[in-house]
Design a protein around this ligand. Structure first.
Ligand SMILES: CC(C)(COP(=O)(O)OP(=O)(O)OC[C@H]1O[C@@H](n2cnc3c(N)ncnc32)[C@H](O)[C@@H]1OP(=O)(O)O)[C@@H](O)C(=O)NCCC(=O)NCCS
Length: 169
């Protein structure tokens, strides 16, 4: 069994390798500083019985973002005021050892769960993500993320889709 925890010192950041050096470095060098300064929060997936230094199976980070509704599709934009807030899924990665075993999906579902906690407290129109390339875009699209008209590599998962995904889970 695995569980999601807020990133802290007891997690083995140095031992994490997802195959993408910028993402590894973010976890090792930036994530905790960002959390202390209120820039973003990073959550890690660890095995239930793990002891410190706890191996990190996967992680994601979230921050609040402001969106101009005109950057969404016209159908979405017409229901909204000009400035709205959402949650940005800044980073998402799974350790190489655990890739292609469904862990990415677990991490994404956990991120949706965190989104709902924020939504229930302060609102937010959905999750936004910047895919790093076409593969990343394909990865997110399979979960219902839709590309933004202004930038094909920026994708949006509306709250309605998140609700549906979590109720089906
Ligand atoms: C992308 C990533 C998070 C996927 O994690 P994962 O645990 O391997 O994903 P899952 O096992 O849940 O994959 C579910 C499905 O997503 C698709 N998928 C997985 N990795 C993919 C990738 N790199 N590109 C496109 N689609 C992918 C596949 O259809 C897969 O199903 P399959 O294994 O039956 O073919 C992981 O490969 C990773 O951390 N990569 C390096 C960092 C990265 O690319 N981050 C996000 C992209 S912007």
């Amino acid at each position: 069994m695995s569980k999601i925890e807020l990133l802290e010192k007891s997690h083995d950041r140095d031992g994490f390798d997802c195959g993408s050096e910028p993402l590894n470095l973010f976890l090792k060098q930036t994530a905790r500083q960002h959390a202390e300064r209120g820039i973003s929060r990073t959550f890690v997936l660890v095995d239930e019985g793990a002891t410190a230094p706890k191996p990190i199976v996967g992680f994601f980070s979230l921050n609040i973002c402001q969106i101009k509704s005109e950057s969404l599709s016209p159908a979405e934009a017409k229901k909204l005021p000009r400035d709205v807030s959402g949650i940005r899924l800044g980073r998402l990665a799974v350790s190489k050892k655990h890739q292609r075993q469904g862990v990415g999906k677990m991490v994404l579902v956990a991120a949706m769960g965190k989104f709902m906690e924020i939504f229930n407290t302060a609102g937010g129109i959905g999750l936004f993500v910047d895919a790093k390339d076409q593969d990343g875009k394909n990865y997110y699209e399979q979960y219902g993320f839709v590309p933004m008209p202004s930038n094909e590599l920026e994708l949006f998962l509306p709250v309605k889709t998140i609700h549906e995904a979590l109720s089906a889970h």
